[in-house]
Design a protein around this ligand. Structure first.
Ligand code: ATP
Ligand code: MG
Length: 295
């Protein structure tokens, strides 16, 4: 398959701490945090809003340096941004004056590496993200979901050793979002490149992840790592009905619920999302158990 010969990387985050500001104004955002972004896997990080996930991404991408600890890619310290570690952000970064196709091939063209192989890969990606019919359209002529898909293709054409995604589907309506999960999962399944995907959406995390890294509240560190050994390729219909997926979801929600409760006293509004999601699930479970007993 296209792009498979690119080697995937593995990132190690070891005892990393990060504070913003200095002296009495200093705020610790990440505290003694360690985890591995495993090679060839779809590693999903989930944590309460504002806990420090994007901060970790900035450190891993090399935009910022930790105050303490070490971050390495295949054993080599990360000291600056590099094409090895491409980041896709929540905001679209497509150039409005370029067509879908021009946007997708931008990276190789800018580097002067737009050869026959890159051209084939561009065609392959256009098809994979369902934008063949929209190749000559400009970003303004695409829906929000199409723009995100174009952006995924635009990043993937560069064959990074590690793909890093910071809530790339945040803000999309739920139907478009679910469609995006399938597109993105199939892109991952095509290459099995190392991916690091950050989210606050539990359904997104369960659907996508090989491993779910669950974070504490700020100052953040890893609270738990769950392996999600659901079969691939993943399709929404299969996962919604899957008992194992539901068990993992409950387990993760219980942990996130604890973290959210801790941050209630700090007045975090985001915490309510997890508490509500958890309560709804517990209610539903209880109802189905009650029904089971009365049968
Ligand atoms: N450059 C900065 N200077 C000072 N404080 C910052 C800076 N960047 C982030 N912070 C603070 O660090 C904390 C964590 O922010 P961060 O963006 O990493 O969280 P997050 O988990 O990505 O949140 P969200 O889920 O909302 O995207 C926040 O309280 C934020 O205000
Ligand atoms: Mg963020």
């Amino acid at each position: 398959m296209l792009g498979q010969k690119i080697e995937s990387g593995e990132i190690d985050v070891q005892n990393v701490s990060k504070s913003y500001g200095a002296g009495p104004m200093a705020r610790e955002v990440v505290r003694d945090c360690s985890f591995t972004i495993e090679r060839g896997k779809l590693n999903v990080m989930i944590g309460p809003s504002g806990c420090g996930k994007s901060t970790l991404i900035r450190l891993i991408a090399g935009f910022q340096r930790p105050n303490e600890g070490r971050i390495t890619l295949d054993g080599k310290p990360i000291t600056e941004p590099s094409r090895d570690r491409l980041v896709v952000f929540q905001e679209t970064a497509l150039f409005p004056w370029m067509t879908t196709y021009e946007n997708i091939v931008y990276g190789p063209k800018a580097r002067g590496t737009f050869n026959a192989e890159a051209r084939d890969r561009a065609e392959f990606l256009l098809e994979k993200v369902g934008l063949v019919q929209f190749r000559e359209k400009y970003p303004m002529q695409l829906s929000g979901g199409m723009q995100r898909r174009a952006e995924l293709a635009r990043a993937m054409i560069n064959n990074p050793h590690v793909m890093i995604l910071d809530e790339p589907f945040r803000g999309l309506d739920s139907m478009t979002k679910e469609l995006m999960w399938e597109y993105y999962a199939s892109l991952f399944e095509e290459s099995h490149r190392t991916n690091f995907f950050v989210t606050t959406d539990i359904d997104e995390a369960v659907f996508l992840a090989d491993r779910m890294i669950i974070m504490t509240n700020i100052p953040t560190r890893v609270r738990a790592v769950l392996d999600i050994d659901l079969p691939r390729p993943r399709k929404l219909g299969d996962i919604i009905e899957n008992d194992r997926a539901n068990d993992v979801k409950m387990q993760a929600l219980a942990i996130l619920h604890e973290e959210a409760m801790k941050s209630f006293s700090g007045g975090s509004a985001a915490a309510t999302d997890f508490v509500e999601a958890y309560s709804r699930r517990v209610d539903r479970r209880k109802r189905s158990d009650d029904n089971g007993q009365s049968d």
